[in-house]
Design a binder for this molecule. Structure first.
Ligand SMILES: *Cc1c(COP(=O)(O)O)cnc(C)c1O
Ligand SMILES: [Zn+2]
Length: 385
């Protein structure tokens, strides 16, 4: 059973009722975060019991927002493998390099985690029609979970999104709206349509539950490493849901006594084509400034001004982490190396983490026996046109 107690604004601390549809904090324009009765969870549940449950992210039901088991829609998301990268590790002089391979998720990316939880919770709260802007993968995930749950969905996608994303939205029977411009343009259109037509907008961080789904990557990581978190996590950052979600997971696990206070250094990797978080880390700002946004082979990273900028930057800094920008050429080279030397056909966003790791290794920022985890957020097969 979920132990959700409410929602809270991480900026002003204001609390919001969780059992009605909510969006963002009225005074701070900040995302809202879900809060749980962690003391109760820690008393009633042992981590070994969670590990013994059937695979999938709903194993973590106590720490997820959906109360009614009948409303937990699933396509088998979660429990992605943590794979050692022995050859690449050897080349870089790292003894313990891993990839968490999210490409095995339904719809081929980790967007499945966020949409499984957000859509399930929306339906539990009585929502009957949904939509979202997307660079591509979130739309594919939304369309398929909406088909599964039999609710109509509207997907707003830049016209230049990968063909596979458009195909999967149409195949699932969702309303696909191709938009001129970037995900920001798609976002404005989706928000306007949601207001006039009255459907719920599941846009990144405009509702509190996609991040809860992505939080399960952090829960799994703790479990994968037998409750001793790794030293470094390298994450391809667009809207930052995964990064913020994992950081939240670690805090909740510590509060339950399931991990100690040590934390990975969290590293955001972005493309040189669009790197607002890298810019903000360099300038010491606590907000991102809208960055240039050029086309990139990693469309999931093309978010000029992430809505959750404050949360992303706070997690990076509190962790002692960093943000690095990589070139298109470095991303392509990393895609090739992951496939040819490890058998992992990664998405460009995922491959970018290897390119980012190389920069950190060159700078002497990684110790040879650090446990380092790259996040491959999706499958390369989704990017063929
Ligand atoms: C959306 C997306 C990202 C960025 O994810 P955030 O958690 O929003 O930063 C990275 N990789 C892929 C493949 C994506 O689809
Ligand atoms: Zn607030």
């Amino acid at each position: 059973m979920s132990t959700l107690t409410g929602l809270q604004c991480p900026e002003c601390g204001e609390e919001y009722e969780a059992d009605v549809v909510q969006t963002v904090c009225e005074s701070c324009d900040s995302p809202l975060l879900a809060r749980y009765d962690l003391a109760q969870t820690a008393r009633a549940l042992q981590r070994e019991r969670v590990s013994g449950r059937p695979a999938g992210l709903w194993r973590w039901a106590e720490l997820l927002p959906v109360r009614d088991p009948e409303k937990r829609y699933t396509l088998g998301e979660g429990d992605s493998p943590l794979l050692p990268l022995r050859r690449i590790g050897e080349r870089l002089g790292l003894k313990r390099l891993y990839v968490k391979d999210e490409g095995v998720n339904p719809t081929g990316t980790f967007k499945a985690r966020g949409m499984a939880v957000a859509l399930s919770r929306a339906i539990e709260l009585g929502v009957e029609e949904v939509g979202a802007p997307t660079a591509g993968n979130a739309g594919g995930a939304l369309a398929n979970y909406a088909a599964r749950a039999r609710v109509p969905a509207h997907v707003y996608m830049p016209r230049d999104a990968p063909a596979s994303n458009q195909a999967e939205v149409l195949a699932a029977g969702s309303d696909l709206q191709l938009v001129e411009g970037t995900i920001e343009d798609a976002g404005r259109k989706a928000a306007a349509e949601a207001r006039t037509r009255g459907w719920m907008n599941l846009s990144t961080f405009r509702e509190p539950y996609r991040v809860e789904g992505k939080k399960t990557m952090g829960l799994e990581l703790a479990e994968d490493f037998e409750w001793e978190l790794p030293e470094v996590v390298i994450y391809p950052t667009g809207g930052g849901t995964g990064l913020v979600g994992m950081w939240k997971a670690f805090e909740e696990l510590e509060e339950m006594g399931w991990v100690d206070s040590s934390r990975p250094r969290m590293v955001s990797v972005q493309s040189e084509a669009c790197a607002p978080i890298v810019d903000a880390m360099q300038s010491g700002a606590d907000r991102a400034v809208a960055a240039q946004s050029d086309p990139t082979r990693a469309p999931g990273l093309r978010v000029a001004k992430p809505y959750a900028d404050r949360l992303i930057l706070r997690a990076l800094r509190e962790s002692g982490g960093a943000a690095v920008a990589v070139s298109e050429g470095q991303i392509a080279a990393s895609e090739a190396e992951l496939a040819s030397s490890e058998g992992i056909f990664a998405c460009p966003e995922g491959a970018a983490t290897l390119a980012g790791l190389e920069l950190l290794v060159e700078a002497g920022d990684i110790k040879p026996d650090d446990r380092v985890v790259l996040f491959n957020t999706g499958h390369g097969l989704k990017y063929l046109s």
